[in-house]
Design a binder for this molecule. Structure first.
Ligand code: ATP
Length: 141
């Protein structure tokens, strides 16, 4: 079966470097499925749980946004942070989710009274936490 190399690079380390059969990501332009020999492209990524297919199995990986470059043989994801499910501290992600959700809800209910809240930052934190919870199959409430 044909494969394509996936390299996921964060400032700290190479999170993933392996041959896969398909990657499904949420780009800034919508969902994309990348197969071997895909046409070259560069796109932004939004925080989400990427789906990585290899050896007939599908695995999830949380990414905190960033960029993806695709060439026919290589997918490079350059991201501020990425974790495989077993690297994710679920309690930490749940706490981050609750914190960000509370900020977003407070701001949306009364923006003028919450000028101290950076809504873009809170929404980005919420999306990162949600990606980590989805990657670990944790219920979100
Ligand atoms: P928090 O508020 O909990 O720090 P965050 O979304 O602000 O969450 P990031 O800035 O995205 O955190 O990531 C900072 C570093 O911490 C990265 O190396 C990332 O991989 C790691 N990290 C963040 N959350 C978790 C988690 N729940 N489990 C494991 N590592 C995490």
């Amino acid at each position: 079966m044909s494969t394509i190399k996936l390299q996921v690079v964060s400032p700290e380390k190479m999170v993933c470097d392996k041959d896969i059969s398909m990657l499904i990501v949420r780009s800034t332009g919508g969902e994309l499925g990348i197969l071997p020999k895909h046409a070259p492209l560069v796109t932004g990524l939004i925080p989400h749980a990427m789906r990585i297919k290899s050896d007939g199995q599908e695995a999830l990986m949380a990414v905190a946004g960033g960029f993806m470059e695709v060439t026919p043989e290589l997918i490079t994801v350059l991201t501020p942070a990425a974790e495989e499910p077993e690297q994710i501290d679920v309690n930490r992600a749940q706490a981050a989710y609750a914190r960000a959700k509370q900020r977003v809800e407070a701001f949306k209910a009364a923006p003028a009274q919450h000028s101290e809240i950076d809504i873009d930052r809170a929404e980005a934190a919420l999306a990162r936490a949600k990606a980590r919870l989805i990657a670990t199959n944790t219920a979100i409430n």
